[in-house]
Design a protein around this ligand. Structure first.
Ligand code: NAD
Length: 415
């Protein structure tokens, strides 16, 4: 399979949208590149007394619409180009959801699976000690990402507050509830994805109570499986896969029982009443809705022709390759692109920041109502732009996002 430099893919998407918008060269150049990049080293004491020097990054892609916002990954394969691409996609994701935020991303090159809890804590605190003047509720707000979690955010927030000697929970999002996290944050990504599926079914005249499947029955996929029935008022979960296998039942599976089975046994395999199938087949079933919720490049030129879902909701980041995109578009499959489909997570992070700022904390129902409204509006902005121009929804989403960020840059007099 062809491998892609994600930063080049991200830049090509911006260029395509800029062309349709007739943006001038200076605006395009501004949007193609991050506004600020930090590359630094972290000397971290390991439990055996040795000091290891870890390489770290923070890329702040754009601040025109508000403070930058984006996750921090701890991953052995992190590169500056991956972080640049992801930072840019955060700019487009916050803009598509019309949040008053920019985009950023960070990472530390390390393998957390081989590190102790104390080593991870020292890494998290070292990251903040190196970067603290450049982050903050009004500058850049990190969140958890691959191999980081609310506990990582708690250590980072504590380090930041210790250095600045002020209570500032809004410096990080997706914190534990006890430290200023928001109700409803944990399920927000999946909830946002299901809300846009509901809108897509309405807009395209698809019966939402048809069959659906989840590729990647992890935290996001499990929540989407359950919320699909709750929010859409029905639907049959006929297949689900994870890294160890896939299960199928044409009569439908109870998503809560399947989640409990996975929590008990560690995989979807052997779920009562289901039969095992090849995980690749999950992507090729005749479905109303398919949720790719695992890793990048799941739908590629090798299988795109065989995808038969009417709606494909990209809960995962980058599950469809650029070539596969063209195939799905030609087949009339309604793709809900990742920057829209999984924007519910950052939309809820924004609500967490609002609550942190005001000190007024809301119940779950208030968070869900705001999230539903944000995602519904975002879907219709993208759907309208794609329909009007007859373009792929991924380009439609970029068109909406790039236009909003370009307008903010122009109003500021930057270009
Ligand atoms: P997770 O690790 O909990 O779940 C991923 C699941 O995918 C696991 O169950 C794993 O077994 C499965 N998987 C791996 N390879 C597979 C394969 N080849 N076939 C089928 N299943 C496979 O991760 P998550 O938090 O649910 O995130 C999933 C995706 O959603 C990622 O792309 C992530 O970037 C994206 N995302 C998550 C959030 C969030 O808030 N959790 C927000 C935005 C985007």
């Amino acid at each position: 399979m062809q491998s892609y430099n994600s930063f080049e893919v991200a830049q090509a998407q911006v260029t395509a949208a800029a062309k349709l918008l007739n943006l001038d060269r200076a605006t395009l150049d501004l949007l193609l590149w991050p506004q600020r990049e930090f590359t630094f080293t972290l000397p971290v004491r390991m439990d055996n007394g040795e000091t290891r020097v870890l390489h770290a990054y923070r890329v702040q892609h754009n601040f025109a619409r508000g403070p930058a916002k984006g996750g921090i990954r701890f991953h052995p394969d992190e590169t500056l180009d991956t972080i640049r691409a992801l930072a840019g996609w955060m700019t487009w994701k916050t803009a598509v959801a019309n949040l008053p935020l920019g985009g950023s991303k960070g990472g530390v090159v390390c393998d957390p699976r081989k590190m102790s809890e104390r080593e991870l804590e020292r890494t998290a605190r070292a990251y903040v000690r190196a970067l603290w003047p450049h982050i903050g509720a009004d500058r850049d707000v990190p969140a958890p990402d691959v191999y980081t979690n609310p506990q990582t955010m708690a250590w980072m927030m504590d380090e930041y507050e210790t250095i600045t000697n002020r209570h500032q929970p809004g410096v990080m999002s997706n914190k534990p509830l006890a430290l200023g996290g928001s109700e409803g944050r944990r399920s927000a990504t999946a909830r946002g994805g299901v809300v846009v599926v509901r809108e897509a079914c309405r807009a395209c005249g698809i019966d939402p109570r048809g069959d659906y499947a989840i590729q990647g029955f992890g935290s996001n996929g499990q929540r989407a499986a359950i919320l699909h029935q709750e929010i859409l008022g029905g639907g049959r979960l006929v297949a689900a896969s994870d890294s160890s296998g896939a299960v199928y039942n044409p009569e439908g599976m109870n998503p809560i029982e399947l989640r409990n089975h996975k929590l008990r046994t560690g995989s979807v395999n052997g779920f009562s009443g289901s039969e095992p199938i090849d995980p690749a087949e999950v992507l090729e079933l005749d479905l109303a809705v398919l949720y790719p919720a695992a890793l990048e490049n799941a739908v590629n030129v090798g299988n795109a022709e065989r995808v038969r879902a009417r709606v494909l909701c990209e809960l995962a980041n980058g599950p469809t390759t650029p070539q596969a995109d063209q195939v799905l578009f030609a087949k009339g499959i309604h793709v809900i692109p990742d920057i829209l489909a999984n924007a519910g997570g950052v939309a809820a992070s924004h609500l967490e920041m609002v609550q942190n700022r005001s000190g007024d904390y809301w119940g779950e129902a208030a968070v869900f109502a705001r999230l539903d409204d944000t995602m519904t509006r975002a879907y219709h902005a993208v759907h309208g732009a794609s329909r009007e121009r007859g373009i792929h929804p991924r380009l439609g989403a970029m068109l909406v996002a790039v236009a909003r960020v370009a307008q903010a840059c122009k109003l500021r007099g930057w270009v």
